[in-house]
Design a protein around this ligand. Structure first.
Ligand SMILES: [Zn+2]
Length: 90
């Protein structure tokens, strides 16, 4: 009896849980803040995993499950102070 109909996946690396029964787009429970989508999780955390070992442990490495990254998925970063002109505008 190891199976459960309501499995909550947990990614120790990313410190999140994925609630597969939640509505799509609101299934990832972050350690703090609001819930979000898998693409959001990817944009914020999972893509930064470096080693194969880390990637193997991460539950959000499947591109077909997370979908493509959407605007707003990333942290709203404060733009680096624009000194000089090293950053091309695009
Ligand atoms: Zn992960």
């Amino acid at each position: 009896m190891t199976e459960s109909s309501n499995v909550q996946l947990r990614c120790e690396l990313c410190q999140i849980e994925i609630n597969e029964t939640a509505d799509q787009g609101d299934e990832v429970v972050f350690s703090r803040g609001a819930t979000g989508s898998r693409s959001k999780l990817w944009a914020r955390v999972c893509q930064y995993l470096k080693t194969d070992e880390q990637k193997a442990a991460c539950i959000n490495q499947d591109a077909t499950q997370r979908g493509s990254e959407k605007p707003g998925d990333r942290y709203e970063e404060i733009a680096p102070v624009e000194v000089g002109s090293t950053q091309a505008s695009n």
